[in-house]
Write a new protein. Structure first.
Lengths: 185, 185
């Protein structure tokens, strides 16, 4: 479960232009959103980094998700990065709709307020990226939202969190060996 | 090196609507393109699955890449999936421009012709996905190309190729443990 008596991570501000370090490998993330008093959380795997500055990220959010309407109206969301410990919670969140239930209560998700936007951060995720809608040009045709990451909170350790990636049909991969090869820009 | 006397993989046709199995985790891929007699290959990490049917994938191709112009003109390309053995070739390809050299010759890349499109497949990559430009609406503002994968060639083994993911500043991760958790759609 995502909930815990004590916080799993101590976090620091992180440069928004460097978020690719965590998001380029496309780990499964939890997208939180809020419009007025309604909030939701969904699992997301289809997204890509689009630019360093402004720090842009393009996300596919299916119109069948309850989050779609909340984000269209509020124009903000938070991308939360869970680690492998939370795999089952990530799956459970992805397997139910927030239309009739509050998933935060159901799964005991501890939250805190966004610093720059009005949407909840998931405290026990490794990182939280606060996003504002930057361009909605492809929302109508593709459900593709381009967000600007306006604030990034990243745990101070471990340096290389073990994240998970989804590939369909219940198959996951966790992040493997970290290594450097000089020097791809 | 990517070249080899004998072919590294035996491949089969693969359903284009199932390519997320390989591409959702966003491994570093090699994008090949051709316009008239000019061809090129580049390293790509910024892309996302966008739809099952048609099989859509959105790719960020910087305007500073030689491939950008070739693909804009030819409206086709191939996404080739290298494995960890080819890490250094992936880096080398990403570190030079094809404007004055033929990278296929320079790096000894064995190719064969696309089956449905006119662009080279990299024989010794684990998989090859032939793409046609589907929507260029975001090319002008973001260099974001939406391609349709029209033909997929995937190696018959191993089932779980060890791929690599890039995260900036020369840092890579290879794909880790494969596991299943029922049942995220």
């Amino acid at each position: 479960m995502l909930s815990a008596k004590k916080k799993l991570y101590k976090k620091k501000d992180y440069p928004v232009e460097d978020v690719r370090f965590y998001l380029e490998p496309s780990p499964a993330v939890l997208l939180t959103s809020q419009y007025k008093n309604e909030r939701n959380v969904m699992t997301l795997g289809w997204y890509t980094i689009m630019e360093f500055t402004p720090s842009l990220i393009g996300c596919m959010i299916s119109g069948s998700n309850h989050s779609f309407e909340l984000i269209k109206k509020s124009r903000v969301c938070v991308i939360n990065l869970p680690t492998v410990k939370l795999s089952h919670t990530v799956v459970d969140i992805g397997n139910c709709s927030g239309i009739n239930i509050d998933k935060f209560d159901k799964f005991g998700l501890e939250t805190e307020k966004g610093h720059k936007i009005n949407a909840p951060l998931l405290v026990n995720c490794y990182a939280n990226f606060e996003c504002r809608l930057y361009d909605s040009k492809l929302v109508k045709d593709y459900n593709f939202f381009i967000f600007e990451i306006v604030k990034a909170h990243v745990a101070t350790s471990p340096k290389y969190p073990k994240t998970i990636q989804y590939r369909g049909n219940s198959h996951f991969i966790d992040s493997g060996r970290n290594f450097k090869i000089p020097s791809l820009k």
